[in-house]
Design a protein around this ligand. Structure first.
Ligand SMILES: [Zn+2]
Ligand SMILES: [Zn+2]
Length: 412
């Protein structure tokens, strides 16, 4: 044995150049293999497993709903499945309304795309492709969409643009506490009404509140100059006066400080309710973006008391929407969707999300309506939101989308 190593040593010495070349090649090969494994794990393994609806299936869905209402909850991950959320449970449960059977399909083990950053995921959710395709990946992406930078929308249209392309008289609404979605992720189109909720809207509302309504100046683009006056009503049956009381209560607790994210989410929800209940036939797609859970995740960490409180407050807002729609008789012809971009890590580290851990990657996806199949759907990936909403509207998806409709989510 000793001799063997001695001989080997001498052989290596004699072929020094060759040995170095072989070692370098082996090292480079190993690096390439490791890099490819990491890349495929991180970037390429989140393939959708669902189906592309046929023309007959699309025709059967078309006209089933007057509106699709999408509740985007930033940073909640799988946490709806881990805490007490009675209003979420009420909205996403099987029930009979009049003669109509409504079913719900819910999963808490949907999959975010990598990296688990807001812009990357919302962009994938709206435009149906993974980040390397829509092109917003890693480089200050959140700030770029906040400032109004758009992706290559012609090739990968959002599900809203895709709906409008096939329904030229259609209208969509987007109300966002995080302006990134309205400014950069959703296309600019006169048929899409956009609002962002800012602290000034709260002050404006409280200042001008009379007779249960107030005119609020709002911002709809990146310039942050108030552009539109809208009337926020607070006399909606089922939730009368709740916004005023809620905001007064929040001001008592926090004062007019910079911690206004809860109030802004309340304003976002109220605007969605006001706009859709006061004119139920106007919008066929209504999207809202609630942001306080993500803020709580950054401040306190996943699952901590402050995070739980934020999820509870969002659940209360969901209850307000449900009550208003119930009082207005709008539950029957509405498809409700709740989705999220990513979860959060436990406290510690420089950022609370962005990586590939289960708490960041696992996401809640919930959908309820009369064409939904009760239970848990097949694998859901965030790129699937666009094809799901399009299918529910009877709209054909573009060939470029990578997302699919998960199996078992809709009635056959
Ligand atoms: Zn986020
Ligand atoms: Zn965040």
């Amino acid at each position: 044995m000793k001799n063997f190593f001695k001989n080997l040593g001498e052989k290596i010495k004699a072929n020094k150049g060759k040995t170095i070349a072989i070692s370098v090649t082996a090292f480079v090969l190993a690096c390439v293999i490791v890099t490819l494994c990491c890349l495929s794990a991180f970037l390429f393994n989140r393939f959708s497993e669902g189906f592309v609806p046929t023309d007959e299936q699309l025709a059967a869905q078309a006209g089933q709903y007057k509106r699709v209402v999408i509740i985007g909850v930033d940073g909640v991950g799988d946490f709806f499945g881990k805490t007490y959320t009675p209003n979420f449970d009420r909205m996403f449960s099987d029930k009979k309304i009049g003669d109509t059977q409504i079913n719900a399909s819910v999963t808490y083990s949907g999959v975010a795309v990598y990296p688990t950053i807001s812009c990357e995921n919302w962009m994938s959710m709206f435009h149906g492709v993974r980040p390397v395709y829509h092109g917003f990946i890693f480089r200050s992406t959140n700030q770029r969409v906040e400032q109004g930078e758009h992706t290559n929308e012609e090739k990968y249209p959002s599900f809203i643009a895709q709906y409008l392309a096939q329904n030229p008289n259609g209208k969509a609404l987007a109300v966002c506490t995080w302006r990134g979605v309205s400014n950069g992720i959703i296309e600019d189109d006169p048929r899409i009404t956009k609002y962002n909720s800012y602290p000034d809207d709260i002050y404006e509302f409280l200042h001008n509140y009379s007779e249960r309504s107030a005119t609020v100046k709002t911002v709809i683009d990146a310039t942050e100059e108030p552009k539109v006056d809208t009337v926020i009503r607070d006399d909606i049956a089922g939730i009368e006066g709740q916004l005023y009381e809620y905001l007064c209560d929040q001001v008592m607790q926090y004062g007019y400080s910079d911690e206004t994210i809860e109030m802004r989410d309340a304003m976002t929800m109220q605007r969605i309710i006001t706009e859709t209940v006061s004119d139920p036939d106007k919008y066929q797609i209504a999207y809202m973006h609630l942001d306080q859970v993500d803020h709580a995740g950054h401040s306190f960490g996943y699952g901590k008391p402050g995070y739980v409180n934020a999820v509870s407050r969002v659940d209360m807002l969901i209850g307000r929407l449900y009550d208003a729609y119930e009082a207005a008789g709008m539950l029957e012809d509405t498809l409700f969707v709740l989705c999220t971009d990513h979860g959060h890590r436990l406290p510690g580290g420089h950022k609370n999300h962005g990586k590939n851990t289960d708490l960041e990657v696992n996401v809640t996806f919930a959908i309820a309506g009369k064409t939904i199949k009760s239970g848990t759907p097949g694998k859901y990936v965030n790129t699937d939101l666009a094809p799901i909403v399009s299918y529910a509207r009877g709209v054909k998806a573009p060939d470029t989308w990578q997302g699919r409709v998960p199996y078992g989510m809709f009635l056959d």
